[in-house]
Structure formats: structure tokens, C-alpha cells
Design a protein around this ligand. Structure first.
Ligand SMILES: *Cc1c(COP(=O)(O)O)cnc(C)c1O
Length: 363
């Protein structure tokens, strides 16, 4: 067991077993006599890694192979803020898309899309400090849009959709909660996620996109070749050099998750971990969480102490106790515990013990 529990929002913790396996194979990956760090992406060994990683992802995320492409790309979720409108907006529909803005990343995605088409913001919860998810049933979706964009988990503010808009062209940024809970992929036109929260080190970006949205669509004419989904779909995500090591770690992590019992099993554990933390927060009059209860994230738990000086003291003393990266995002301040799939229950229990002690000492 490691001495430090890392509550970073991303890049974030990976399971110890995965890191130890990578260490074991560092100089000889899958019997190749080479490290995965130095291996050609056109080699047989890398081919096996690439294929196993994608196959395990499809299995764990329950992706219908006949309906969806799964692309392993680079550039982070932020590149998808551009790639999504560039690939999905169509002249036929007047390049229309609707966005629901529930956080800073959602806002960035919206602003980027506005550069390319007729983009409408259906709701923006900024006035309420992004502390809730709007009622998706009462929003005024436009007719004939190319897509409706949401951010399923808001990493900075600690909110999450528990119900999705009932539209047939939904696009979701799932960077901070992919594989943390079961999702009916068939409800989506496209899902994307940077890997560095729940999957692997940074570099890898996963895109799940309905085949008809790629096969029957022209990207906007100036779309860079590498950002066209059809380029990557036709080359099995190997048009250029992929992020080989991140994909290798993703493969190990998917093996681990499968052994753990898959998404259902990890979801149970995630709910349990978040429940421990929220129960404690709800019963404390020292710490506060401002998120509306039904919209609470089970990945990123945000809270504050009675004042900013105590927040800073909390971060410092927690660090001295092996509980690191608990400082809230600079936009909101306060504190944030990111408790992704790889955070053991023990880490959350240790955090709560520390919180109790800190509360007693500073009340
Ligand atoms: C982290 C994050 C991003 C940004 O990801 P990059 O890989 O740094 O581009 C976007 N959206 C969400 C929801 C995130 O959590």
C-alpha cells in the first residue's frame, strides 16, 4: 500500500496493481524484450496492446460494435471541443447545435463551437456558481439541430447529470466520469473523454461516435485531416503515431477493472465512497458543500471550511498527513476531493478521519 493518497482532479491516481504491472513489464513488455515506451506503433506487440485496449473498453462500456466507432485519439478533451462541431455540424441543418453550460469546461466547449456554427446556449447555471444541473425536460431544444452537448460530470464544481436530455443526438463530455457508472451508450450520438481522470495517464482521448454520424457526414471543409473522425475511423485510430504508452496503461487498467467486476461493481464502490464523504459533510457544521443534493458528483466532492485561511491550512496539514492535492480549482477556491475509480475506500476513510481531527482542532 502506498503512503500517499492523491486526490488530484487529473492526472489522477491509478490502481497500485496497474502501476506494479507496468513496472514489472518496464523492460520487457508482453515478451517483446522491449519497453512499451520505445516500441514502434506498427509492431506486432503494439498492435496487440492497441486491439486489446479498444476491445476491453468496448466490453466494459458496453458499446455496440455494429453502431459505434471507438477512436483512441490524442489532444485531450479540449481538442474535442473543436472536433465535435467541425465533424458534426452540417450545412443541411444550418450548422445548428444546442449546449447546456453547467461548468467551466462546458462553457469552453460552447465558446469554441460558437466559432463554427449557429450555436444556442439552452441554459447556463453560472449565476448559481454552477451548483446544480438544470431540469433537462423543460429546456427549449431547437428542431433539426446536429447535436445537443452536455458535460456529464462537472469536475471543478462537483455536479453530475443523473438524467440525460431526451434527444436523439446527444453529445457528452464524460472526461471525469467515464467508466465510473453504467451508461446507456445507445442514447448518445457521441461521447468523448480525456483519459487522465478515470482511465490512464494524459495523452489518450477516447471518442465513441455513432457510425452514421461519420459515414454519412462531411466535416466542415477546413477541418484538419487529423481531426476528422473519418480519417481515424478508417485507419483504426492509427493514422499517425498514437499515444502508445497511455494506451498500454489503459489496457492494464481495463484488465484490472474487468477483474474487479466491471462498471457495475466499481459504480457500487464509487457510490459507497461518495456516500461516506457526503454523509460526513452533511452532519458537520464546520464544512459546507453547496451543490444541490440530487446533482452531487460521485467523482469530485467540493467543500469549504468556515474561511479561506482555514481552507489553506487544511490543504497544508492534509498534505503532511499523506492526503495530497485537495485544493479546490483556482476558479472556485475551497477544497475538492477527487475520488475517481482508482481511489481506494481506505483513502476516503483516511480523509474523513483527518477532516474530523481538523474540525475538532479548528472549531
Ligand atoms: C479535465 C477535463 C477537460 C479537459 O481535458 P484536457 O484533456 O485537459 O483537454 C474537459 N472536460 C472535462 C469534463 C474535464 O474534466
Amino acid at each position: 500500500m502506498r503512503d500517499v493518497f492523491n486526490f488530484s482532479a487529473g492526472p489522477s491516481m491509478l490502481p497500485e496493481e496497474v502501476l506494479l504491472e507496468a513496472q514489472k513489464e518496464m523492460l520487457n513488455c508482453l515478451g517483446s524484450g522491449m519497453s512499451a515506451l520505445e516500441m514502434s506503433h506498427r509492431s506486432k506487440t503494439y498492435d496487440a496492446i492497441h486491439n486489446e485496449a479498444i476491445a476491453l473498453f468496448k466490453e466494459l462500456f458496453n458499446v455496440d460494435d455494429s453502431k459505434y466507432y471507438v477512436l483512441f485519439l490524442q489532444g485531450g478533451a479540449t481538442t474535442q471541443f473543436s472536433a465535435v462541431p467541425l465533424n458534426l455540424l452540417t450545412e443541411k441543418n444550418g450548422k445548428k447545435a444546442d449546449y447546456i453550460v453547467t461548468g467551466n469546461f462546458a462553457s469552453k466547449a460552447y465558446e469554441e463551437a460558437c466559432r463554427y456554427g449557429d450555436i444556442k446556449c439552452l441554459a447556463n447555471t453560472k449565476e448559481s456558481k454552477y451548483s446544480y444541473i438544470p431540469d433537462v425536460d423543460t429546456l427549449e431544444y431547437r428542431e433539426n439541430t446536429d447535436y445537443v452537448h452536455i458535460t456529464s460530470n462537472n469536475t471543478i464544481f462537483g455536479t453530475r447529470y443523473t438524467k440525460f436530455p431526451n434527444v436523439n443526438n446527444l453529445v457528452a463530455d464524460m472526461s471525469s466520469n467515464i467508466l465510473s457508472e453504467p451508461v446507456d451508450v445507445n442514447k448518445f450520438k457521441l461521447i468523448y473523454a480525456g483519459a487522465q481522470k478515470n482511465v490512464a495517464p494524459s495523452g489518450l482521448t477516447i471518442v465513441v461516435v455513432r457510425k452514421d454520424a461519420v459515414d454519412n457526414c462531411e466535416p466542415l471543409p477546413f477541418t484538419p485531416i487529423l481531426m476528422q473522425y473519418r480519417t481515424q475511423a478508417s485507419k483504426d485510430s492509427l493514422y499517425n503515431t498514437p499515444c502508445t504508452y497511455s494506451t498500454y496503461i489503459a489496457m492494464l487498467n481495463f484488465r484490472y477493472l474487468k477483474k474487479f467486476g466491471g462498471v457495475e461493481a466499481i459504480y457500487k464502490q464509487n457510490k459507497y465512497k461518495a456516500g461516506l464523504l457526503y454523509d460526513y459533510l452533511d452532519n458537520s457544521n464546520f464544512y459546507t458543500n453547496i451543490v444541490r443534493k440530487e446533482d452531487r458528483s460521485i467523482m469530485n466532492v467540493t467543500f469549504v471550511t468556515p474561511n479561506a485561511d482555514l481552507d489553506a491550512k487544511f490543504v497544508k496539514e492534509a498534505g503532511q498527513n499523506g492526503l495530497v492535492s485537495l485544493k479546490g480549482h483556482k476558479l472556485v477556491g475551497g477544497l475538492r476531493a477527487s475520488i475517481y475509480n482508482s481511489m481506494p475506500v481506505e483513502g476516503v476513510e483516511k480523509l474523513i478521519s483527518f477532516m474530523k481531527k481538523f474540525e475538532m482542532e479548528n472549531k
